[in-house]
Structures are given as structure tokens and as C-alpha cells.
Design a protein around this ligand. Sequence first.
Ligand code: 13P
Length: 251
Amino acid sequence: MRRPFIAGNWKMNLNRASAVALAEGVAKAAESVQGVDLAVCPPSCYLDAVGRAISGSKVLLGAQNMYHEPAGAFTGELSAAMLRDLGCTYVILGHSERRHILGETDAAINKKVHAALSAELIPIVCVGELLSEREAGQTLAVIRRQFEGSLAGLSAEQMATVVLAYEPVWAIGTGKVATPQQAEEVHLALRKLIEQRYNGSIAGSVRLQYGGSVKPDNAAELLHQPDIDGALVGGASLRADQFLGIVAGAV
Ligand code: 13P
């Protein structure tokens, strides 16, 4: 049985005080939540402060990115070990904003996935098609290419620990949510790709999140699809009541 997993991707928002206040609000509201894993992913500069604010709560810490090298002359970058040192359990890798605005390739993401796993960080690996790709009927081909490229060379044990997030690019920050059927179709396709490469047991255990304009009023229907195991939430994760409203849809 896969345990639902809801993570908030705060992106490049908030300041130190508002990030801590939000973290405290989420941690407090999470006290009554049962049976759902929760994480918040603040900007890197607030990981330490947010980590302290959620310490001892049910909410775990995630980062939004990292670099694949363990240390050295890589100005501006953070290593997996540094994120572990800050108390991170998770790291989002290959988010569409990093793919499309910052030019990250599947090959670069794949190096990061291996480095994260070596440091015992759980990667949340994002895949998703552009609107033009969906309209051209290429959605499943894009998902397959990103799956194969970003997750190349993982052992079955490693694959079992990874979280995958399907985030159609046209649904991110646009208010245009994928229908539960559109999302489920891609989640099922992802599970089949895992089964083809590994086996049914690994495919049945990997958690697949949906991301893209998830809100309290559309969460339950998405989260009750058979192959949708959680959500990666952007805008609505910046308010504790909305984030917890989404969490309520998972139970
Ligand atoms: P929104 O929920 O703001 O659409 O963002 C989704 C997302 O990109 C989460 O990683």
C-alpha cells in the first residue's frame, strides 16, 4: 500500500520571517494529520530556519535543487551532503522550471539523481510535457524520454525509493489543472514504464505525485485516482490552510 505524500514547493517566494511563520503553521496544522507523508521545500537560503521551525513535527524538509558534484569549485551550487547536513530528507530534481528556464537536461538531472541517492536524499524527480507537445499527441513519448533519461542506471532498490512527480507544464501556475483522467493516464503510463524496466512489485511501490494547479477544491478527485499517490503543490503551498486543505483530500 502506497502512503500518500504531499509536498509543498515554495519556489522563489517568501522571506525569512514569512517562511518560518508558514513552516510553523504547517507543522501545527499537521499535528492532526494521520496516514499522509508531508514535506515543505523552501528556498535554499531558508532551509536551516525552516528545518528548525518544523523540527519534531510530522513535516519533513526538502530542497528544490542541488548539484551533482560532492564538493569543489562550483560557485553558487549546493551538494547533496550539504542538504543532508541542513536536515533535508528530499530534493526536487528536474522541475520543469529548471528544465525550461534554466536549461537542465535529462543527462544533468540523471547525475543529480545518482548523487542524491548516494547521499541518502530521496529525489522527487519531475517529468511533464509542454502544451505544444500535448497538442501534438506527444505526451507519452515525452514522459518516456524524460523517464529514461533522468532515471538511467538506477538499481531496482534505488528506483523503489525515488518519488516521481508528473507536472504537465501547461498546468503549472496557470490555474489550468489536468483532469483526473488526463493525470491518471500519464501516471499509469509511468507505472508501466517502471514495471517494464524493473518489475511489478517495484512499479507498485513507487509513489507518483501529480503537480500543476492543485488546490483544496480539486485535490480529492485527483488524489483518489488509482495511480496518483500525492501532490507536489506550488502556489497553494504558500498558505498553511490551503496546503492542509489539499492534504485533507488525500485521506
Ligand atoms: P502550482 O501548484 O503553482 O501550479 O505549481 C506546481 C509546481 O510546479 C509544483 O512543483
